[in-house]
Design a protein around this ligand. Sequence first.
Ligand code: BV8
Ligand code: ZN
Length: 248
Amino acid sequence: MELPEGFKKKCSEAKSVVFFTGAGISAESGIPTFRGEDGLWRKFRAEEIASLDALYNNTKEFFEFYRERFLSLRDKLPNPGHYAISEMESVFPDVSVITQNIDGLHRKAGSKQVFEIHGSIFYEYCQTCRYRQRVPDERDEEVPRCPECGGLLRPDVVLFGEAMHEPDWSKAYTAASSADIFFSVGTSALVYPAASLPFVALERGAYIVEVNLTDTPLSRYANLVLHGKSGEILPELVRAAKEIMGRL
Ligand code: BV8
Ligand code: ZN
């Protein structure tokens, strides 16, 4: 893969590198994205179903939607894109992953510093008393209730209209603010405040690399735009980065 001199120079000097990821990086693990042809948002308008309003006023469908995603996500495996990001930890001194995905695949691929700013589907907490537990594999009740107070046990994900997941969001913001290279991978960069992170990095002089099948609202601000599948591009980038850092 031919890479610009500017990128090679940035790599040779880089201390902290951030990978900001969206549903696109998990597409090659067989997980539907939100906006793709088979997109989740085709069946449901995510903003409607992934919302507090649906939790309270469309409760049965809300829990059906999340149970279905939990059962399908728990068996999915990382793809070469996730593994490449994990391998980058052996190339650069400080690598952080900021993910909008709730599928846990970055940790499964071995990444150590992962900020799940929209939460995780593998945990749930009580809407009333904040009791929290792992989601059980077997469950018969359709609308799960808190064992402590009987409140609604809802997925530990950030719904539309909810504040971001802490402390992950604050740590992600700090990482974006001090990134030398900021990779935006497999995200349509449309959902806020997550989508503001590339601009936080840009304002502080980070070199922005976008990996996506298509252009997004971020593309015109990126220093380098690589069109293609993240599962194919990221392993190439690892090889190139190792060569640049004389690790090959
Ligand atoms: C908040 C968890 C306030 C749940 C998610 C009007 C204007 C601007 C903003 C708003 C507005 N109206 C409302 C808002 C705010 C709203 C928002 O941004 N709405 C958008 C739709 C306009 N945001 C919120 O509500 C946020 N909260 O603002 O709260 C507040 C503050 C303080 C106190 C109280 C309240 C919360 C937003 C979080 C919602 N939760 N997920 C769940 O997953 O079930 S969002 C969810 O959708 C994802 O997490 C992700 O963030 C987003 C989907 O985006 P992507 O991940 O990018 O996926 P997508 O399918 O869109 O794109 C895939 C990309 O990959 C594509 O570009 C494709 O080309 C590419 N691709 C595909 N295959 C590959 C590939 N690339 C490479 N390789 C491949 N193989
Ligand atoms: Zn409770």
